[in-house]
Design a protein around this ligand. Structure first.
Ligand code: GLY
Ligand code: MN
Ligand code: MN
Length: 429
C-alpha cells in the first residue's frame, strides 16, 4: 500500500459497532468490488468496496468478510476469506496478503482461503435467521453494472429462500456518518495533500496554460505524496467552462481575464478530500470578479458557521439560501421585488446557485449517511457555495471540508489559501 499503516483498532471498533446493531442469530456478509473490465484484456484498477474496507481494512480483490456474532464456533464469529496467493500470482500480478498479514491489518482472528467459503457458509446459514447483505443505497447512485455483492445476493437467495434478508447498507450509513479519530487523521492527510497541490497551482497557472496541464500538476502532487490519485474526476474549468457544474473535459486553454475554477481532492487510504478554489488566470481578479468572489466567500463563511450540532440540512439550506439571495440582489443579478414574490419551492437564487451547499464526506466523496439526520459531532461535511453567471462567463465556487465538533466545527482545510489577498499574493510570487 502507498499509505502508512492504519491501526487495526479502527476496523475492530467498526465491526464492534456494527455487531451492536444486529439482532440475535444474524449473519452479515460483505464482498469486495470487482476489478472492472475495459476492452480486450484491459481492466481498471481495483476500487475497493468502501463498506468492506470500513469493516476490515483489506484493499484486495475477491475478499469476503463474514460476521456472525452468535456462531456456535468462536472461530466462525468473524472470518475474512481471501484469494489464495501462489508463485504464479506473485510473478504475474504481484504481492497479495498472507493470512498473517490479513490478520494484522484487519484484526479479524480467522483468515481462510476462498475455497473454504462454501462449506463455512452452509454451516452458518444453517445457524442464522437474519442475513444482512450489502447493496448500494446511495440516494444518487446509478448502478447499471451488477456488483459482486449483487451476484452473491441473487445466488444466496435462490439457494436459501426462507431466511430473512436484511439491509446492511442502512446500518453502514448510520455508522459511517460519524467519523472516528483515526478516520479524521486519514482525512486530514487527504486534505493536506490536496492543499499542497493547490499551492503548487498558484505558482503554475498563467495565461496560455491548458486546463489538462493543471490537472497533470495535481496528479503529480497527489501521486508523489502516497495518494493513489484523485478521489473524483478533477474539474478544471476556465472562463465559461467554470459555469458547467460537472465539467471534466479540461481541454480549454486558460486566457488572461478568465477565472479558473478548480474542484479536486486527493484520495488517501481510500478517504476523500474535496476542495474548490477559483483563481484569476492572470494573477489578479477584475473588480467584478473580485466582487462576486467576495460574495461567495461571505456565503461560505456564513454557511460554515451554521455547520453545528443540532442544525438540520433542510433548515441549513434555507438559511444559506437567504444569505445567498441577498448577495445576488447586491450583485444586481436578482431584484428584491422578484425575490419577494418568488415561489418558495423554486427560489430564484437557484438560477445562479443550482446545487446544494454541503454533502457528507468520507470514504466516498459524496459519502453515505442518512441525509435528514441532524448535524452531530464527528460528521464531516463539505461547505461549497458558488455563483455561476453564464452571461458573464464567470463561475466561482469555494469549498472546504468541515468536521463538526461538540462546540462548533473545525475546518480541515483552514490553512489552504482562500482570501483574495492571499491568492493574489501567492500568484505574484
Ligand atoms: N467535487 C464534487 C463536489 O464538490 O461535490
Ligand atoms: Mn468539490
Ligand atoms: Mn463537494
Amino acid at each position: 500500500m502507498r499509505y502508512g499503516p492504519i491501526a487495526p483498532e479502527l476496523f475492530i471498533e467498526n465491526r464492534r459497532r456494527f455487531r451492536e446493531l444486529l439482532p440475535p442469530q444474524s449473519l452479515a456478509i460483505f464482498n469486495a468490488n470487482d476489478i472492472l473490465p475495459t476492452n480486450a484484456d484491459g481492466t481498471l484498477a481495483l476500487k475497493q468496496n468502501n463498506d468492506l474496507f470500513y469493516l476490515s481494512g483489506v484493499d484486495q480483490e475477491e475478499s469476503v468478510l463474514v460476521i456472525c456474532p452468535d456462531a456456535a464456533l468462536e472461530k466462525h464469529r468473524e472470518i475474512l476469506f481471501l484469494r489464495e496467493t501462489s508463485e504464479h500470482i506473485l510473478v504475474w500480478e504481484g504481492y497479495k496478503l498472507t493470512k498473517d498479514e490479513a490478520r494484522a491489518v484487519s484484526g479479524v482472528p480467522t483468515i481462510m482461503w476462498l475455497d473454504a467459503l462454501p462449506a463455512v457458509l452452509a454451516a452458518l446459514m444453517n445457524e442464522a435467521e437474519y442475513v444482512y447483505l450489502n447493496t448500494n443505497e446511495h440516494i444518487r447512485a446509478v448502478v447499471e453494472v451488477e456488483t459482486r455483492d449483487a451476484r452473491f445476493i441473487q445466488d444466496l437467495q435462490r439457494r436459501y429462500p426462507l431466511h430473512q434478508y436484511r439491509r446492511a447498507a442502512k446500518l453502514l450509513h448510520q455508522l459511517r456518518a460519524i467519523k472516528s479519530p483515526e478516520e479524521i487523521r486519514l482525512m486530514r492527510r487527504a486534505c493536506e495533500i490536496t492543499g499542497n497541490a493547490f499551492r503548487r497551482l498558484l505558482g503554475f497557472v498563467k495565461p496560455g496554460v491548458w486546463e489538462y496541464e493543471v490537472e497533470a500538476e495535481i496528479l503529480h502532487e497527489f501521486v508523489r505524496s502516497g495518494s493513489r490519485g484523485p478521489a473524483y474526476g478533477s474539474i478544471i474549468g476556465s472562463g465559461e467552462s467554470a459555469t458547467i457544474l460537472h465539467y471534466v473535459s479540461n481541454d480549454r486553454q486558460c486566457q488572461a481575464g478568465d477565472v479558473l475554477l478548480l474542484d479536486f481532492g486527493a484520495e488517501y487510504a481510500n478517504y476523500a478530500a474535496d476542495l474548490s478554489r477559483s483563481i484569476p488566470v492572470s494573477g489578479t481578479f477584475s473588480p467584478r470578479q473580485r466582487q462576486v468572489y467576495e460574495a461567495v466567500l461571505r456565503v461560505f463563511k456564513f454557511a460554515k458557521s451554521r455547520l453545528i450540532v443540532g442544525n438540520h440540512i433542510e433548515d441549513y439550506h434555507k438559511q444559506v439560501g437567504e444569505v445567498m439571495e441577498q448577495e445576488l440582489i447586491n450583485l444586481d443579478l436578482l431584484h428584491g421585488s422578484d425575490v419577494k414574490n418568488q415561489d418558495p419551492d423554486a427560489p430564484l437564487y437557484k438560477k445562479y446557485f443550482p446545487h446544494g451547499t454541503s454533502h457528507y464526506l468520507g470514504l466516498d466523496v459524496h459519502d453515505v449517511g442518512y441525509k435528514y439526520r441532524k448535524f452531530e459531532a464527528g460528521m464531516v461535511y463539505t461547505c461549497e457555495p458558488g455563483i455561476y453567471i453564464r452571461e458573464e462567463k464567470l463561475g466561482i465556487r469555494l469549498e472546504n471540508d468541515i468536521l463538526i465538533t461538540p462546540n462548533g466545527n473545525e475546518d480541515l482545510m483552514a490553512d489552504i489559501p482562500l482570501e483574495v489577498a492571499d491568492i493574489e499574493r501567492l500568484m505574484r510570487k
